[in-house]
Write a protein that binds this ligand. Structure first.
Ligand code: PLP
Length: 439
């Protein structure tokens, strides 16, 4: 009997023993096509010799030095590389061990920034309903996913959640995408006014919504209007690219495609590509300098921040994404995957929307295509598809719709950037068999 505390206690998962490219292999020798890179993690696939070599080299030099005393060569080099390519005035990188730590740190940094500026009344964070920002208490409070929040309600911080930018469901027929984008973004202005602008510290959003909405991109202009509103009220814009960042949508940072520059940016998952646990929070020099010239100490920190081996892995991963020309490949393969999904599911009675950017694609499943009525979440359609796909040797990331009871189930796909045309065909075929088995 296993003594590991698993995610799901009702079944015992197979034991993974190997990985090659887009494939994972279990102890029985069964091969699984990693169609979602776990949860949009394994952007370079499994068993990349360059990344494992970089980790071994760093281990031979130095495994750990506590950042309370020392910095390290790979942490410095990775921060430089990220800032060289980061949008806008982002200038400092705070390394953490994963996504929840990155968003949690961002929330605390936003608060401390206002405290240092003497605006103690600014403590409200506004986020969106279709969002997931992590599972620690602060990050969970920011996220809007009811299923994840439910039982922890009494422990959560009081934060606001506005409607997301959800073209498929919320754009009126008479509206252009741009008109809808303005209307959706103006929900932020309304909420700021409702709360009292002087109490709001930041707005947090995923540029392309991942786990809770299935690769939901914004319409053109939405984030530019969001930036304008934040600037009008002097509110910080935090973008959470933990899932959609690091090349997943075809640009190193997802927000580049929306022409928006955040004050704080969170990344993780693809940064370590699964080779090491690492995340990061990037902030502007204006934020950093406020603290540096004020108290001089960000009241945060975990033991493993800036870990030399994790940052060495991150450095090798970002270099690989850039130097191997993977970004244009993600854009081209992403278009090909979209076409394959449309060819297979475009006329499916229960597929309402096929969407996404780059190799970050989602299928929204509905009970009725005409009315867009979702399935009852209690049916657990997404979970059944996950199980059927796994039996077919496919790993994908389904989620049942739970937000305000008006969202469909969806399947999220985020394969490694190295996926071949033939492997994409296999992915779509296996997913098709899994969906057919359930619906
Ligand atoms: N933010 C987003 C957008 C995510 O998708 C996730 C994880 O799925 C997180 C934060 C939390 O990241 P982690 O699971 O690494 O703590």
């Amino acid at each position: 009997m296993s003594h590991v505390f698993p995610r799901h206690s009702k079944s015992q998962p197979p034991v993974a023993v190997g990985g090659e490219g887009v494939w994972l292999i279990d102890a029985e020798g069964k091969r699984y096509l990693d169609g979602s890179g776990g949860a949009a993690v394994s952007c370079l696939g499994h068993g990349d010799p360059e990344i494992t070599q970089a980790i071994k080299d760093q281990l031979d030099k130095l495994a750990f030095a506590h950042t309370g005393f020392l910095t390290s060569e790979p942490a410095e080099a990775l921060a430089d590389l990220l800032i060289d390519h980061a949008p806008g005035d982002l200038d400092r990188v705070y390394f953490v061990s994963g996504g929840s730590e990155a968003t949690e740190a961002a929330i605390k940094l936003a608060r401390q920034y206002w405290v240092e500026k003497g605006e103690l009344q600014r403590s409200r964070l506004i986020a969106r309903k279709q969002s997931y920002h992590g599972n620690t208490i602060g990050a969970l409070s920011a996220g809007g996913n009811e299923w994840r929040r439910q039982q922890f309600g009494p422990l959560l911080l009081d934060m606001s959640h506005i409607a997301p930018c959800y073209d498929y469901r919320d754009r009126a027929e008479a509206e252009s995408p741009e008109e809808y984008g303005l209307r959706a973004a103006n929900a932020l202005k309304d909420e700021i006014e409702r709360l009292g602008p002087e109490t709001v510290m930041a707005f947090m959003a995923e540029p392309v919504v991942g786990a809770t909405a299935g690769a939901l991109p914004p319409v053109p202009g939405y984030f530019r209007r969001i930036r304008e509103i934040c600037d009008e009220y002097g509110i910080l814009l935090i973008l959470d690219e933990v899932m959609c960042g690091m090349g997943r949508t075809g640009t190193l940072f997802a927000c580049e495609q929306d022409g928006v520059e955040p004050d704080i940016l969170c990344i993780a998952k693809g940064l370590g590509a699964g080779y090491q646990p690492i995340g990061a929070m990037l902030c502007t020099s204006a934020i950093y300098d406020t603290i540096a010239k004020g108290s001089g100490f960000f009241q945060h920190g975990h033991t493993y921040i800036g870990h030399p081996v994790a940052t060495a892995a991150g450095l090798a991963v970002v270099r690989a994404i850039l130097d191997r020309g993977l970004l244009p490949q993600v854009r081209q393969k992403g278009e090909a995957l979209q076409q394959k999904l449309e060819a297979r599911f475009g006329q499916h009675a229960h597929v309402g929307d096929i969407r996404g950017r780059g190799l970050f694609r989602g299928i929204e499943l509905v009970q009725d295509r005409a009315t867009k009525a979702p399935f009852d979440p209690a049916l657990g359609i997404a979970g059944k598809i996950k199980k059927a796909a796994f039996a077919e040797g496919l790993i994908c990331y389904p989620m049942s719709g739970t937000i305000d009871g008006r969202q469909g189930d969806h399947v999220l796909l985020a394969p490694p950037f190295i996926i071949s045309e033939a492997e994409m065909d296999q992915l779509v075929e296996r997913l098709g068999r899994a969906i057919d088995a359930v619906l």
